[in-house]
Design a protein around this ligand. Structure first.
Ligand code: GDP
Length: 309
């Protein structure tokens, strides 16, 4: 297949592009350096230059809980504007197949666990990330609308809380795993004997290593042909407290942990129902949490120059 990937130099793109190439696909890997997807003229040019039959659309504005709290307008503008333009031009260019990735935070904050794909749009997301979460859910609706009206085979997948190499490790904008890795690492390096982590430690998340997300997307490319999205995750819940203990062990930080309760907890529990992933894609993630955190930490230590800090 000839596949065009947007956001190819981002977090998931880094893991996905080599896998697509290994699977024998011809890949056009695009980043924001190639085309500005917020400019309709550039999006038109992209589709004139490439006219892809298959697109994996990863480009989006993403960030952790504090980034969402602080920059709601940036999240909603970028994701809505970019997708509106991109999908319409993709449709006009005759793109037959498109895979869109959105996020587990789009589910209602009171969704029962494990969260089934059918629960989407049954309640409002947690308010801390509401603008991002709803912009991504709206993007999924856009994909579904084109599918219904134009009969194109465009589908969406919902990765759980993804982590791994090439993630954003910045202090304020990162998700929890890179945020903790960075903080523990620097505390250990400086000899600090106390670090702060956010919230109460009680929230539960379902983490998935980025290589597994990439394999799940490859499986979806082959086998997912329905409007209802498919969750791609481990299906296992881990509390932030347990996660902190694991990261602390991997990094080797021996000081005290202080919980900063002025920072938001977010969604209380997000564990995904992965039965459609197993049944329809025949896919199961391979990397367990501790092994994945070790790989991520090794990468962080060895690629400090490439790390978004
Ligand atoms: P979420 O799934 O959208 O809430 O994504 P995050 O990865 O940003 O946050 C997950 C949970 O980890 C939340 O309950 C945070 O309060 C908690 N957490 C603890 N320490 C940190 C940290 O250093 N960074 C982030 N992003 N979250 C943290």
């Amino acid at each position: 297949m000839e596949i065009l990937v947007t956001g190819a130099t981002g977090f998931i793109g880094h893991a996905l592009v080599p896998k697509l190439k290994t699977a024998g696909h011809k890949v056009t890997a695009l980043s924001s350096m190639d085309y500005d997807l917020l400019e309709q003229s550039e999006v038109r040019k992209l589709f004139r230059d490439h006219s892809p039959s298959t697109v994996i659309h990863l480009a989006a504005k993403v960030g952790g809980i504090m980034a969402n709290k602080n920059y709601p307008a940036d999240f909603i503008y970028t994701n809505l504007a970019m997708n509106t333009c991109f999908l319409e031009e993709a449709r006009k260019a005759g793109t037959k197949r498109l895979i869109y990735t959105f996020c587990g935070c789009s589910f209602g904050k009171d969704s029962p666990n494990p969260i089934k794909e059918e629960y989407l749009f049954k309640g409002l997301p947690d308010e801390n990330a509401m603008f991002y979460s709803l912009s991504k859910a709206a993007n999924h609706l856009q994909v579904a609308a084109y599918r219904r009206q134009y009969g194109v085979d465009w589908v969406s997948v919902i990765p759980g809380n993804a982590y791994g190499p090439h993630d954003n490790f910045s202090d304020k904008n990162s998700h929890v795993i890179p945020g903790l890795i960075r903080r523990f690492h620097f505390a250990k390096e400086k000899g600090d004997n106390r670090i702060e982590v956010w919230g109460t430690g009680s929230p539960v998340r379902d983490f998935i290593y980025v290589d597994d997300v990439a394999d799940g997307i490859v499986a979806a490319l082959e086998k997912h042909h329905e409007e209802l999205p498919i969750n791609i995750s481990s299906g296992k819940g881990v509390s932030i407290k347990e996660l902190v203990d694991t990261v602390r062990k991997v990094v080797g930080f021996e000081g005290e942990i202080a919980w900063d309760r002025t920072k938001p907890d977010g969604h209380a529990s997000k564990i995904f129902d992965v039965s459609r992933m197993r049944d329809m894609l025949g896919f199961e993630p391979k990397v367990d949490l501790e092994a994945g955190i070790r790989k991520t930490y090794d990468w962080f230590v060895n690629h400090r120059d490439q790390t978004r800090l």
